[in-house]
Design a protein around this ligand. Structure first.
Ligand code: GLN
Length: 315
């Protein structure tokens, strides 16, 4: 091997990663690289993971020469990334709403667009009079990123996260522990599309109603799945991405429809429902929601000004 310094790695491997993976246009479901600086930044993350040092250390120790073992570990991570494996799975974590979350292949990688649900739910929490315990429910919680970000900001709240994948639930519990939120959160594995779920949830709630129901459910129609970035299809769980059509035929909204119906039963009057959806599903979501007992139905926009989430208040 040659003697590579941190600086060499950033320079040479950043360039190579850019050449291998760059894509011109980014969407929420492409995990490619847009610019050379994105690629260099990813090399920083790979080095951080190998050397167990943060970016500030790496920048200020650019002349540090990697040991044989460090070099081999770095190259093997680099090769995985070059093949298209998402960075978050390689380093085992992803930042969301200012916190680091453990991720693995059992969960979707948290996306920045999902942060708009968190922001909106926090605003709602702040407006409420909290005479009684305020509680959030997150359906399809994955890493727990939405629920745990909420609990972190909303100090007097409690939350319950549900996912069909028991492994994701273990991961969400680890995230809760790492963020010091184990006592205010509860996670369990269940299928919220099953007819038994409402009863299960009512048992958990013991007569209480929910203040805010949030979800980033699967919402990609089967026919659009093949258009997603190869790195998403090859690595992220399809069950977290794709949903069937709703009863009225709207593609990809079967899960969203179940959540709207569940919200009608579980939310307290005046409670908030927030559901993420695809950029082209705003109108269909408002229409679906209007069939149930909600008011103030509107659509929230994401960072790229696409319609991204349904907002509704339970009547
Ligand atoms: N709630 C998680 C997230 O926003 C997982 C969503 C999902 O699996 N569809 O990242």
């Amino acid at each position: 091997m040659q003697n590579f310094t941190i600086q060499d790695c950033i320079q040479n491997f950043g360039q190579a990663l850019y050449a291998a993976l760059h894509v011109e246009e980014q969407t929420a479901f492409s995990s490619g690289i847009e610019s050379l600086s994105d690629a260099k930044n990813e090399i920083f993350y790979l080095l951080s993971s190998v050397l167990k040092k943060d970016k500030v250390f790496l920048i200020s120790h650019g002349n540090y020469v990697l040991s044989n073992m460090e070099w081999e570990a770095f190259v093997s991570l680099f090769e995985r990334r070059k093949e298209g494996e998402p960075l978050a799975y390689i380093v085992g974590q992803k930042e969301f709403f200012g916190h680091l979350f453990f991720v693995d292949s059992s969960t979707l990688i948290p996306r920045p667009d999902t942060e708009i649900l968190v922001e909106e739910a926090i605003l709602f929490y702040l407006e409420q009079e909290k005479n009684t315990e305020f509680n959030f429910v997150d359906l399809g919680t994955g890493t727990g990123c939405i629920l745990l970000s909420l609990l972190k900001e909303c100090e007097k709240s409690f939350g319950c996260g549900i996912d069909i994948n028991a492994h994701a639930i273990d991961l969400a519990k680890q995230n809760a522990h790492a963020l010091g939120l184990s006592e205010r959160s509860r996670f369990f594995a269940a299928d919220f599309t099953s007819s038994l779920f409402l009863e299960q949830m009512e048992e958990v709630l013991q007569g209480r109603k929910v203040d805010c129901l949030v979800s980033n459910p699967p919402y990609i129609p089967e026919f659009e799945y093949n258009e997603l970035d190869e790195s998403v299809r090859a690595y992220e769980p399809k069950t977290a991405l794709v949903s069937e059509q709703a009863q009225n035929g709207e593609k990809g909204l079967a899960h969203a429809e179940k959540i709207i119906a569940l919200g009608e039963k579980l939310l307290k009057s005046g409670g908030l429902l927030l559901i993420e959806h695809g950029y082209n599903q705003g109108k269909a979501m408002r229409k679906l929601c209007a069939q149930y007992h909600y008011t103030a139905i509107k659509t929230l926009f994401d960072l790229a000004q696409n319609e991204r989430a349904l907002y509704a208040i339970k009547k």
